[in-house]
Ligand binder design. Structure first.
Ligand code: ADP
Ligand code: MG
Length: 678
């Protein structure tokens, strides 16, 4: 590493403030004392005065200054919660949960009572809740039931700099309601200094700066680019552990898989070193990490040991972990990108922006001088990194928000008050897609189907699949499938020493080449038959936790079915009916087998492949519908089911013509393929 620059910071002054002792609750008192050591504490009164005076304020403060945990409590203490709830939005579910847990501790109340959180499929709030942490997507959905947010007195849009799609839409909506709800206070808070832009957007709202507490951070770069950043990160962790003074390490990785790999390798290598080195405590943190493990990153490191936190972008600004002295930044993150022409969305590993790199470095200098090891060169930093990340609204499929906005009665999307407008091509594509799904009519108005779809907190394709299940009388099966699909990729597990057993267990659910959707249904139904047995999950190499989550989601979908008045009926023996319901939602995702054994998507032809984990990977039916595309070494279709081409024309006549599904060109198929059991 070459030491190249030092970001100078200001030293904090010591602030000790003794409080009367309340013997009742020692933990609470300790936490109350801790609250007063946060940088924001000195600005408490000034901040409250500003809130009183202005309707909208932009708040800027270094990560860890106390914005997220303290401001809602200050507002509560100042009486705002007597007039309505305080909402605080977070772009990430883990952040919403973790911060709510912390604040409930600080206030000495049970999580879910006065302080709660609401994330998709998990509502941990009650009648009593006055401070509500929630994902930005959930607040967006609250507009559907309460268009003026009448039950809220303050809305704090936190982590505004992240510029997620939901946050950007929220900006427009809260700005709009603030005009006819002068009593509603709006706080826009951000960890970065692009506050001017927020202020301009909110009609020159005043900017409140919380001076950061930042110690100097030494930045080190590699001399040459790293061929394998995972390996480089592991080596750097071990080097720091062996050569550097005490202090915890934070490593930024791009996702769960990378984190698990690094976790495993680190465990293996440190085991090899035995007692020659001090203990290294490895703590992963990512969105799908089970709740009980999430708290581990906040536990104090025992004397003599060192903690290494393996985190996704979540630790960049959303979560503050105390005690970090060393940051390892490989310079990458997963970013969604969208091609409005083809309608294809993909999650790709991309270089981060300079703004991100600086945020990451800053994480090491919060409680003392820190060091940041960038696994790229100074040249890379200067010339290859963009200044800022492009807002999500400009690189994503907009069908979901367009449907939400339409349900809110916002028809003129082109003139919606976007902070940065989406590409008009993407808006158009979203309208087209919703029209093809029959959610909108030809005048762009919401249909009955569209209104029903909007009730589900799911992607339009999934909600359409559910709504269509009414017609095919298989809603019972389809909501099970939808719940299983919503879990993501963590249903089956495959221990290294039992891979054959695990694979056999998995194949059992695919008997008859039913396709992956029906296989998921088989898993769910079989589990239900055993009365949700944990033992059964073990025997079948299925993650109990994921199944329980699927059951939770399914319960909620069942509730929503009642709301949209779709009866739950079962049609388990008619697989074609179930597949037609799936196709009704996912007909955009159809592909046809080619002579060379690859697939081509039917509209906007692109070469794709069946993911090796699919039950149909070897079968290769001639026509398939898939749940999603993932790009790893190739474009893979994940969760694949066979379909009959005539269904496409029958189900989506606006989208497919007979010529699209003409089969005559594909006579010479590879032997043995193209004929799965339908
Ligand atoms: P900001 O929003 O300005 O980045 P926060 O309010 O999130 O700051 O953090 C303030 C302090 O609260 C930090 O010292 C952080 O370590 C602590 N904190 C936040 N969440 C938790 C948690 N779940 N457990 C323990 N400490 C936490
Ligand atoms: Mg925060």
């Amino acid at each position: 590493f070459v030491k190249s620059s030092v970001i100078q910071g200001t030293q904090p002054e010591d602030d000790s403030d003794q409080e009367d002792i309340d013997a009742k609750d020692i933990l609470k008192r300790e936490l109350q004392d801790e609250r007063k050591t946060l940088p924001i504490y000195k600005f408490r009164d000034e901040l409250l005065k500003a809130v009183e005076e202005y309707q909208v304020i932009v708040i800027v403060g270094e990560t860890g200054s106390g914005k997220t945990t303290q401001i809602p409590q200050y507002l509560h203490e100042a009486g705002y919660t007597a007039k309505g709830k305080v909402a605080c939005t977070q772009p990430r579910r883990v952040a919403a949960m973790s911060v709510a847990a912390r604040v409930s501790q600080e206030m000495g109340v049970k999580l879910g009572h006065e302080v709660g959180y609401s994330i998709r499929f998990e509502d941990c709030t009650s009648e009593k809740t006055i401070i509500k942490y929630m994902t930005d997507g959930m607040l967006l959905r609250e507009f559907l039931g309460e268009p003026d947010l009448a039950s809220y007195s303050v809305v704090m849009v936190d982590e505004a700099h992240e510029r997620t799609l939901s946050t950007d839409i929220l900006f427009g909506l809260v700005k709009d309601i603030s005009r006819f709800r002068p009593d509603l206070k709006l706080l826009i808070s951000s960890a970065t200094l692009d506050a001017e832009k927020f202020s301009d957007y909110f009609d020159s709202a005043p900017i409140f700066k919380i001076p950061g507490r930042r110690y100097p951070v030494e930045i080190h770069y590699t001399k040459a680019p790293e061929a394998d950043y995972i390996d480089a990160a592991i080596v750097t962790v071990l080097q720091i552990h062996v050569t550097q003074p005490p202090g915890d390490i934070l490593v930024f990785l791009t996702g769960q898989e990378e984190i698990e790999t690094v976790d495993e390798i680190l465990k293996h290598r440190t085991r090899g070193l035995g007692t020659k080195i001090s203990e290294l405590i490895i703590c992963p943190i990512y969105a799908n990490l089970p709740t009980e493990l999430q708290a581990k990153i906040f536990e104090a490191t025992p004397e003599g040991a060192r903690k290494v936190v393996l985190a996704t972008n979540i630790a960049e600004t959303s979560l503050t972990i105390d005690g970090i002295k060393y940051v390892i930044d490989p310079g990458f993150c997963k970013i969604k990108s969208y091609n409005p022409r083809t309608g294809m969305e993909s999650l790709l590993i991309n270089p981060i922006s300079k703004a991100s790199a600086n945020q990451r470095a800053g994480r090491s200098g919060r409680t003392g001088p820190g060091k940041c090891f960038r696994l790229y060169t100074t040249y890379n930093y200067m010339h290859d990194l963009e200044d800022n990340t492009v807002p999500e609204i400009q690189r994503t499929n907009l069908a979901n928000v367009v449907l939400t906005l339409k349900s809110l009665g916002i028809h003129d999307l082109v003139n919606f008050d976007f902070m940065d407008p989406p590409p008009s091509e993407a808006l158009l594509k979203a309208l087209e897609q919703l029209f093809a799904l029959s959610a909108l009519n030809s005048r762009g108005e919401l249909t009955k189907t569209g209104r029903r779809m909007a009730e589900f907190p799911l992607d339009p394709m999934l909600s359409k699949m559910i709504v269509a299940s009414e017609k095919y009388k298989c809603s019972d099966e389809v909501i099970s499938i939808a719940s299983m699909l919503s879990i993501g990729n963590s249903i089956f597990y495959r221990p290294k020493d039992k891979q054959v057993h695990a694979d056999n267990a998995r194949l059992n659910f695919h008997t008859g080449n039913v396709g992956d959707h029906i296989a998921l249904l088989n898993v769910y139904s079989s589990w239900k038959e055993t009365d949700y047995s944990t033992q059964w999950c073990y025997e079948n190499y299925i993650q109990v936790r994921s199944m329980k989550r699927a059951r939770d989601i399914r319960d909620q979908l069942e509730g929503l079915m009642e709301r949209v008045e779709i009866e739950i009926c079962s049609n388990a023996s008619d697989l074609d009916a179930i597949k037609k319901a799936i196709t009704s939602g996912f007909f955009h995702h159809s592909a046809r087998l080619q002579r060379d054994g690859t697939y081509k998507t039917v509209k906007n032809p692109q070469t794709v492949h069946i993911h090796p984990s699919s039950g149909l990977a070897e079968v290769r039916p001639r026509w398939v519908v898939y749940h999603e595309l993932v790009l790893t070494t190739k474009e893979f279709m994940r969760q694949v089911t066979e379909l009959k081409p005539e269904w496409l024309v029958e189900i989506a006549p606006h989208y497919y013509q007979l010529k699209d599904v003409d089969d005559s060109g594909t006579k010479k198929l590879p032997k043995g393929h193209g004929r799965a059991a339908l």
